[in-house]
Design a protein. Sequence first.
Length: 292
Amino acid sequence: MARYFKTMHDARQEYEINKDTAERILGRNYPWYRPQGSEPVYYAVCARCDNPIRLYGIYTGGVPPHGRHHGVALTGFPFFDRASNDFCAYERNAALNKADRREISEFGRKIRRLAIEEFDRVVLVLSHALGINISETLAGEMLRDWLAAGGYLYKGAHLKNIPWMIAYFSRRQSLFGRRIWKNGDLIDAITAREPNAVFNNQTLSKGDAYYSVTFEFIDHRVRHLPAGQIEETIVMRIFGTGRRGGEAPQIFEQSVVFDESRFASLMNTSLERARRDDGMLAVAARVGGQFV
């Protein structure tokens, strides 16, 4: 069950589904309003997958207001993508396989384009979610990995989880020289498990002896919660110093919950209030500008 709608597939602003937004935003206008006898019927577009949905529970009790995918192309809505519709997290509660890909389509190209055009916001949201400063160099490497892996074609990817999907498809990276500014549990774990680690102003720094701390992401999951809510997570794993020639031991793991509303609000910030990071946008243009 969808909880948010857009007016059209090319719109960015999204709205929670309820009586007020249906009447105020959609009004009594075609193609959104289509009465069937005495019943007022509203259609809109899913904020995750861009496909048409019908709104339910707007006037009737018994069920919370929500949207259900129409499932086929709908006159008045120019976009319909079968793969993104069928694999929308709102539509199905299925196990996710990282190797599963959709065919390239307008939807996949849109995810890729948004990642590049909004890359400074992608990095900001991800940095806050992890509590780790992401430099321009690291950000560029993560974007390059995501593009090379075709992460925008992953069946679990959609318009609202781009920051975390870029992390999910990145290779294992070093935490050395990075500021861990908002993740006390991670600092405590490194301090307890890596005796040679040194923090200087919350930044992993050179100490008296060699040590290694790296991180990666696994296990993308989607959970359906009450009242039509959805929770998406990935797991961040931290590895310490391995013995010579041996595998690095895992010293910590942490579930990262996606805050989709933060990413959406940044993308919808008005031009006069927006603060863009030209350095990060330049990185995105250099790594993936040919896809815009």
